[in-house]
Structure formats: structure tokens, C-alpha cells
Design a binder for this molecule. Structure first.
Ligand code: Z5A
Length: 216
């Protein structure tokens, strides 16, 4: 059985990663593929507990910036061993909502930790579970925030710890993602996330078709 494929969605918040991941999975399943959806941080019991700590301080205090990095990596290492590698090895496709590029973008470019250090930690956490394709849903920070504010108001939710960071932080993250896409052109495809859902989905499908299903 051929190894499955790993596709990750990345980008600033509000770019529509979860929405587009769901739509892509529908299209892949129509082709008869087994698809496993997961997300970071989370996707395992340990990872979901870490998610609470990272987003809502459920340990009773906020992690310091160094702990934050290591908690993301711990959640990731567990997800890779428990969910991703077994799925890929049995030939399933895995679609993941955020993965290690989020650490490089948020903790590296955003918080200012050395990018090379984040990449070394990422590599330790994931081993050879490197995405075959990373779709960067690019969106300007204020539009992303507006979308999230609308959703938050609808669900009467609080902003989480990282969403509550200043606009300048989120702008550094966005620029970091654009830099990563330039550095890794083989793996990254940038899609404009500022349009309507259907237009974005059509572009996402074109990218996936070109990368995986092109004739010849
Ligand atoms: N983080 C980190 O710092 N380091 C790491 O290593 C990792 C993560 C892995 C995870 O939060 C946080 O952790 C995240 C990064 C950080 N923090 N921030 N900021 P999360 O998983 O809860 O949230 P998120 O990943 O940022 O996703 P999101 O905010 O839910 O956005 P999204 O998935 O990109 O978008 P969505 O849920 O599909 O859509 C958001 C809203 O917009 C929703 O109401 C949709 O109906 C609407 N939407 C979606 N598409 C459209 C279009 N095209 N037009 C209009 N409205 C739309």
C-alpha cells in the first residue's frame, strides 16, 4: 500500500482554514480516498488538554513564551505518532488544520525566537512527517480579525490568549508566512483567502489537482 499524503492548511487567523479543509475533504472523499482530518494544537487527548492550556490557561496560569513553544511541540509529537503516521502508513490522506509552520510563523516570526531554532524543534517533533503540500490561506490581518469577531459575537465566545495579541504581532505572523512560502516554493502554495468561500475552494481544488492528480 502506497503511503498516503499529508496536506496542511496554514495562515493568519480568519483565513478560512477550517472551512476550506472541510470542503477539500469532501472532494477527496468523492474520489474514494480515506481522509483523516485533524488539527493543531490538539487531535489527541493529550493534545486537546494542551490546547486548553495554550489557549485558555486551563493549568491555572499562562505558559511563558518558552513553555508555549514546547507545549505546541509536545502536542505535535503526540499527534504525529498517534494519528498521522498510522494513517499515512495505511494509505490514508491526512488534512491538518495548522502544523509545524504555525510554530515558525507565530513563535519564530511573531514572538521573535530564532527561526532556525523553531525549525530544529519542529523537526524533532515530526520526524519524517513533512507535508506533501501546504496551502497558505493568506488574508490581511484586519479582515481576518473582523471575521473572527463576527464568529465570536455569534457564539458569545471570548478571544483566546493568542488571538488577543496586538495587531502588530499578527502582522509579523502574516509576513512570516509569506516569507516561509518564498523559502519553500516546492511545498507551499499561496491562495488568496480574502474572497468568497466558493472562489477560494475552487483555487484550493486546482492546487490539489495540479499537485496530486495532474496527468502524466
Ligand atoms: N498557534 C501557534 O501560535 N503556534 C502553533 O504552533 C500552532 C498554533 C499550531 C490556534 O487557534 C491558535 O494557536 C492560533 C495560532 C496558534 N491562534 N491565533 N491567532 P485556533 O485553532 O482556535 O484558531 P485558528 O487556527 O487561528 O483558526 P480560526 O481563527 O478558527 O480561523 P480559520 O480556521 O482560518 O477560519 P474558519 O474557522 O474557517 O473561519 C473563521 C470565520 O470566518 C468563520 O465564522 C467562517 O464562517 C468565516 N469565513 C470563513 N471563510 C470565509 C470567507 N471566505 N468569507 C467570509 N467569511 C468566511
Amino acid at each position: 500500500m502506497a503511503r498516503g499524503r499529508l496536506i496542511t492548511f496554514e495562515g493568519p487567523e480568519g483565513g478560512g482554514k477550517s472551512t476550506q479543509a472541510g470542503m477539500l475533504i469532501g472532494r477527496l472523499e468523492e474520489r474514494g480516498l480515506e481522509v483523516v482530518y485533524t488539527r493543531e494544537p490538539g487531535g489527541t487527548k493529550l493534545g486537546e488538554a494542551i490546547r486548553g492550556i495554550l489557549q485558555y490557561n486551563t493549568a491555572g496560569e499562562a505558559p511563558c513564551a518558552e513553555s508555549e513553544v514546547l507545549l505546541f511541540e509536545a502536542s505535535r509529537a503526540q499527534l504525529v505518532r498517534q494519528v498521522m503516521l498510522p494513517a499515512l502508513e495505511r494509505g490514508a490522506w491526512v488534512v491538518c488544520d495548522r502544523f509545524f509552520d504555525s510554530t515558525t510563523a507565530y513563535q519564530g516570526f511573531g514572538r521573535g525566537f530564532p527561526v532556525e531554532m523553531m525549525e530544529t524543534l519542529n523537526q524533532f517533533a515530526v520526524g519524517d512527517a513533512v507535508p506533501d503540500l501546504t496551502i497558505l490561506l493568506d488574508i490581511n490581518v484586519s479582515l481576518g480579525m473582523q471575521r473572527c469577531a463576527k464568529r465570536q459575537a455569534g457564539h458569545k465566545q471570548q478571544y483566546d490568549r493568542i488571538e488577543s495579541e496586538a495587531l502588530e504581532f499578527h502582522e509579523k505572523v502574516r509576513q512570516g508566512y509569506l516569507e516561509l512560502a518564498r523559502r519553500h516554493p516546492q511545498r507551499f502554495r499561496k491562495v488568496d483567502g480574502m474572497r468568497d468561500v466558493e472562489a477560494i475552494a475552487a483555487d484550493v481544488w486546482k492546487v490539489v489537482s495540479d499537485v496530486f492528480f495532474a496527468e502524466g
